[in-house]
Write a protein that binds this ligand. Structure first.
Ligand code: GTP
Ligand code: MG
Length: 364
């Protein structure tokens, strides 16, 4: 059982309008946990609930989408097929940065402002470490006290107990469900380790990299590749004694971005300062996002990127499913050892063995 987040009350409290649902940590566990209580309903129930913007039903639907059980998969696909036409009407923003850079604090401050301004804000998380630890790190550490009390907000911790590929599928499908429920701003938090930032970049319109103020001129443990994914770089914690270093860091990155490829054609990466804690620079950050949206919509890059993202998702699903099917194939499983031995002993050319097995799989 995942640890309770620090900010959730011990007892049900109507003041907390956003309930954090547990992720699913094991195969089929959805059946045992969240879903069983209320029993599975027909697809109509979830479809209507989502269309009506019912947060509790949205959360249940996402639990179904996150489940790996076959019967949930069928139900999930039925729900998705019906709501997909209502999705897409949002700006999708990815936020990455080193642990402790202030991503959650920024989401709390920015999200609260946007909710109060009448937007519907959904927060999702992609946490690659969850597949290793079995627990949702972002979920446990999520401390969005203010945003969690907003009626216009929906916060969902990272799905756990899966590969990054699995987490990515679930996040994409959750995103569609949130949009269909009327959320017009989607914020996706991810720790900038491994491949997760590339995965998140592939599902968002705007990508933000958060940095800490630093004295050195080194690129603070962030891979150069990550800087190249960013539409904006925010040096956070520009407050108190940090202000000078924050300005220094901003200057260094302003120089650095001249030498890297634009993450989005026609848009120069912006470097800005903020204090998520003290709420400075947050409105300016939102202005940058709005300007980006306007520019890329005018140039059609916004829409073209989304189409391209859909297609690459499609391709990666086909590739992953083919791989899974291949390794799950009974005939292949039975002979696998044998072929491995032959290859190790140089009894057959690797390409020949691969070819024979593939032909077998394809039933030729
Ligand atoms: N001084 C200062 N502290 C901040 C600011 N933003 C966040 N913090 C603090 O930095 C710590 C980490 O903040 P989080 O928002 O949890 O950082 P995070 O990037 O989400 O961290 P992970 O999810 O663990 O990767 C907390 O103690 C925050 O209160 C800021 O603008 N100024
Ligand atoms: Mg966080």
């Amino acid at each position: 059982m995942p640890k309770k987040t620090e900010w959730t009350p011990n007892t049900d409290n109507p003041a907390f309008t956003t309930k954090v649902n547990e992720g699913i940590s094991h195969r089929h566990s959805a059946k045992k946990k969240n879903i069983k209580k209320s029993g599975l309903k027909k697809a109509e129930f979830y479809i209507n609930g989502i269309k009506a913007g019912n947060r509790a039903v949205l959360a249940q639907a996402i639990t179904i989408l996150e489940s790996n059980a076959e019967k949930h998969f069928q139900l999930g696909q039925e729900i998705l097929s019906a709501i997909i036409q209502y999705s897409g009407n949002s700006i999708r923003i990815g936020i990455t940065g080193a642990p402790g850079a202030g991503k959650s604090t920024l989401i709390d401050t920015l999200g609260t402002k946007l909710s109060r301004a009448g937007h519907k804000v959904a927060v999702l998380a992609v946490d690659p470490s969850s597949s290793v630890s079995g627990g949702s790190i972002l979920g446990d550490k999520t401390r969005m006290e203010n945003l969690s009390r907003e009626e216009n907000a929906f916060i969902r911790p990272a799905p756990s107990g899966d590969t990054l590929g699995g987490v990515a599928r679930k996040t994409r499908e959750s995103l569609i469900a949130c949009e269909a429920a009327g959320y017009d701003i989607i914020l996706i938090e991810t720790i900038g380790v491994g491949q997760s930032e590339i995965t998140v970049r592939s599902m968002v319109d705007f990508f933000l990299l958060m940095l800490l103020p630093s004295e050195g001129d080194e690129l603070q443990g962030i891979k150069k590749g990550t800087v190249e994914l960013a539409d904006a770089i925010l040096v956070n914690k520009a407050d108190g004694d940090n202000i000078k270093n924050a300005e220094l860091t901003k200057h260094q990155y302003e120089q650095a971005v001249h030498y890297i490829r634009q993450a989005t054609k026609g848009w120069d990466t912006v470097v800005a300062l903020a204090s998520a804690l003290n709420d400075t620079g947050i409105e300016q950050l939102w202005d940058i996002v709005k300007k980006f949206e306007q520019n890329t919509k005018t140039s059609n890059i916004f829409y073209n990127r989304r189409k391209e993202q859909q297609l690459s998702w499609f391709r990666s699903l086909i590739e992953n499913n083919l791989l899974d099917a291949f390794y799950a194939d009974k005939r292949i499983k039975k002979e696998w050892r044998n072929w491995e031995d032959k290859i190790k002993n140089n009894e057959i050319a690797v390409s020949n063995a691969a070819n024979i097995l593939l032909q077998k799989f394809l039933g030729k």
